[in-house]
Design a protein around this ligand. Sequence first.
Ligand SMILES: Cc1cc2nc3c(=O)[nH]c(=O)nc-3n(C[C@H](O)[C@H](O)[C@H](O)COP(=O)(O)OP(=O)(O)OC[C@H]3O[C@@H](n4cnc5c(N)ncnc54)[C@H](O)[C@@H]3O)c2cc1C
Length: 432
Amino acid sequence: MDSVNDDIIVPTSRYPRIVVIGGGFAGISFIKKLRNKPVQVVLFDRNNYHLFQPLLYQVASCAIEPDSITFPLRKLFSRYSNFVFRMSEVLSVNPEQNRIITEKGSLTYDFLVVATGGKTNFFNLDQIKASSLDLKSIQASVILRSRILQSLEEAVTTTDPGKKDALTNFVVVGGGSAGVEMAGAIAEFKHNILPYDYPEIDPAIFHIYLIEAGTRLLGTMSETSSGRALTDLIKKGIIVLLEKTVLSYDGLHVSLNTNETLRAGTMVWTAGVLGQYPSGLNHLSHKQNNRLRTDRFNRIEGYDNIFAIGDVAFMADDRQQGHPMVAQVAIQQGRLLARNIMNIILHKPMLPFIYKDKGSLATIGRNRAVAEIGKIKLKGYIAWLIWSVVHLISISGFRNKILVAWDWFWNYLTFDMGNQMIQKDVPRISRK
Ligand SMILES: Cc1cc2nc3c(=O)[nH]c(=O)nc-3n(C[C@H](O)[C@H](O)[C@H](O)COP(=O)(O)OP(=O)(O)OC[C@H]3O[C@@H](n4cnc5c(N)ncnc54)[C@H](O)[C@@H]3O)c2cc1C
């Protein structure tokens, strides 16, 4: 490898260099398997932390603090002798030169692993993109939290009934686990915080809508779990609109395909995810959701030394469908690819990826969740307990686990959510 022209400086190494783009679930599980192995691993991420995305909605709903679900990437691998971190956005890949180009310079690689995850799919609806909030980053969740609280502060002072109505209506679009959990969390806020902290607001005018285009919620789970989630959400006072599509949103009016219009000052968009990755590989995307097509070894079609793992990878299975964009797929692909790249280096055969589905979970708030583990379907308290333990175990860092456990414990005991800081002057929308 000719690294003379590299303008990103990394320590010299006599071992092959693996460049990893993205320190999400896929990237970190890949690197963990290569600890002190005879390879140099250079990780690039636009952020200096790993983010535990499944709990972003809890930051947005005041249940936990943002730094409880982030963990510094340097700290995560500080004891790895073969690990290098560079915080930088990777802009493009030049496969002919085995080189990545970042905002801070370029670097050559022997192997490239693209683990860049996904971004929110707004289905080319620009007005909705400009006016709604998504739930894909720490910044977005903090903005959403501030927006919810700010809306209530404004609702207290406004004398305009129409404006008050809009400020106390919240719309969540997308009935997958993120949408269901977000709507459930806003309902907890309504029941446990609103009557005490905002006595000026009548809870009867506080409405939460959950809109799903499909015929049922939690489309990746069974019909039984979908039905249970629906019942729980309705019991919590959430207005669930199925088989309805949002056509436009101007920051105040939500227009549906059924000619109905809702008034809402806050709309959270969780309706879809698209793969994201640096340019240079664009011709390999799968048209349905912009993921990179790979073979069963996560090798991007047409290349021997470029791989994609996690949400960004589209690995067609026997039914020609990609794997679900969930953390378990990312983790399992990361682990196997580490083994396979070592196999390539050692001239051993690679092993094909076979996804082991460990189950699905979604919570609808205190003591309510649905869980599917193999053929077992659980609901209520036991499912909620499993959900809580699984999430707690999965968060990176002992301190973070303690912080989240403490916030949950405090909330469970007192029904209080302490993290209600409105961050002023934050940009209205933040998407990266
Ligand atoms: C709100 C929400 C709730 C979810 N709930 C669940 C759940 O309950 N269960 C579940 O299994 N899954 C859930 N998911 C999905 C899960 O988080 C993803 O499947 C998982 O994060 C995918 O891991 P990944 O490593 O492929 O990508 P990510 O975790 O998204 O990581 C990608 C990394 O790449 C970095 N990056 C991207 N592009 C660049 C670039 N050009 N240059 C440098 N760095 C870059 C990003 O900063 C990021 O660190 C949820 C997702 C969201 C958003």
